[in-house]
Design a protein around this ligand. Sequence first.
Ligand SMILES: [Fe+2]
Length: 329
Amino acid sequence: MEFSCKDFKVGKCQGQKLVDGESMPLVLQPPKADKADMESLLLALKTNKDWFEQLIIKNSAVLLRGFDVKNAQDFNDIVEAFGWDDIRYVGPAPRTHVHKRVWTANEGPLSEFIYYHHEMVLIKESPKTLLLFCEVPPPEGGETPFVPSFRVTERMLEEFPEAVEEMEAKGLQYSFTALSKNDTSSMRGRGWEDTFGTSDRKEAERSQKCKKCYRAEALGMDLEWLPNGGVKAVLGPRSLTRVFDRRKGRRMWFNTVVGMHGKEISSASMADGTEIPENVVKRCGEIIEEESIQFKWEKGDVAIFDNMALLHGRRPSKPPRRVLVATCK
Ligand SMILES: [Fe+2]
């Protein structure tokens, strides 16, 4: 698909890479200075909705830059212009609702690195698309690096073909411990009450058939209650890689082995209990870092990520930094 759209001009940004012939991120700017206003942008998005959707899949990451996106309301208008359904966030990050479909991104301490992940990778239904809006760009650090997931699989297969196929064949098992009550001093501070939307243990365990259910059984995890009021969740078996429709048959590294393996509050092993070799995990972490792409946030930037195709994270940041997020089906 060649680029042809009179409503956007292709730009460049620092850190951009060419991956398999495609720019990541693809930077789209106003075609003319007098088309940078919200009204023109919303019209351009609505007029070119199908084209834009294909573009996100083709390039995996699109960065709208140079438009006059000022606040959560403007960002929400952009999210709604695409017309994709909302998907509720389930996971460990402490987040605050800001406006309609807009939430703060992880409110864990800015000094900490949020490790690379596909959003909600452990949940049965993860978002297809993530939208991020930079309201206050960090003075230093605070990038949102992202990684073309298929590249990680390719390189892991080159270096560890047997380990990869063994993990794939056996499947993975994860565990993590959630504290009780919200504690924003940690990135994992989202208490189980909040994660499961209830403070009732039985209710947290129960499976409900309604679509709005986010509780343990519906999420495919077993819970073990701990003496301190926290809970240990065990999930699995889960796949190592996944191939999604319309993603060129690419095998995505759709797992969170590096993020959860051998940590104080989490673990990852093969589903039959076989340990994942330490050197495989360590090397995988290096590959993920080597394949990562980062741009410097500018005020008003809107980044759109194909969550099926990209891992993303957050680098440590000097304050202030305010990046808002919306997740879509
Ligand atoms: Fe995330």
